[in-house]
Design a protein around this ligand. Sequence first.
Ligand SMILES: Cc1ncc(COP(=O)(O)O)c(C=O)c1O
Length: 359
Amino acid sequence: MAYEATSFSFLETKLKREKDEITLPQRLQLAHLPTPIQSLPFLSQELGKEIFIKRDDLTGFGVSGNKIRKLEFLMAEAREKGCDAVITCGGIQSNHARATALIARRLGLQPILLLRGEEPDSYQGNLLINKMCSALVHWISPNDWPNHPTVMKEIHDAYAEQGWSPIIIPEGGSNELGSLAYILCEKEIQEFEKHQQKTFDSVFCATGSGGTYAGLLLGKYLLNADETDFYTINVCDSDEYFENRVKSLMIDSIRKHELPISFIPEDIRIIDGFVGPGYGEASEPQLDLILEMARMEGFLFDPVYTGKALFGMKEALKKAPDVFGDRILFIHTGGVFANFDQASLLEQKIRNQEERWWN
Ligand SMILES: Cc1ncc(COP(=O)(O)O)c(C=O)c1O
């Protein structure tokens, strides 16, 4: 049963610019912000640059990573509209679906998920968490996935007929509203830069549905981050697909929220070539890097998003060290639960390593 959760406040965000002040739509205070920025000493030494990491994996525990920033805006809309159920979608191990399910429960809303795949024999990783909080799960085959917006609408209508008031949140929480969240992340980055009296030359993040990167670029323009370039590594699809996707998300946000900016499409910088064997599957060197980072830095990355993106960033910095400058920031967008879903692959690698070390 839905109930009225009252322990979350609505926040209004004002962005001060030279001549004007922008008020963003209301958001719910859900995430632990600002997230810290920390150095990566081992990687910095290896690459001969100052490498930092923004710990968006620490926005929360179960409801963690980049998703919760977007959900602050998206769930505020759900509450304002008086909805009692939330429908969203993603892959079987979607971090966004898991975060949405848990935060829906905290807000007293019913989570309804459309997941790509089939109900498996055992529940692992994010699917286990979805089941723990009794999200209602519907399944869609990979072949039918291109049609998922229509299927979500059908699910919406079926629940509405039963008396529910559901709201649809798109894949990854990436729409004109969810993307605004990463403007605030850029604001936090600038506060850190001000404190350090040094700016970052390049900022990198992973892209899966485009909203995080689109929001960072909106932040670059709104907050005049002229000295910093923003790059993203796509973990699925192609650079062409994401150039179009990010452009249209930015245009939608600018139009819908009357943001006083225009942008140069050349500033959308997608680094392609690191998808590996496919979405959700990391290559051997990507898995090796995940283990190396745990061993050398004590940080956890994942095989679906951040491990691939960090690998892509590292390769780009090695290949063209002069292009990206000397102060680099990687945004860690969360997703560590995927390691538990892919535990056997990692275990095999660890056992091989141990055998080499001890024999
Ligand atoms: C852990 C993690 N990092 C990065 C991303 C990519 O963010 P976006 O979907 O906004 O492109 C996602 C989701 O897609 C994610 O779950």
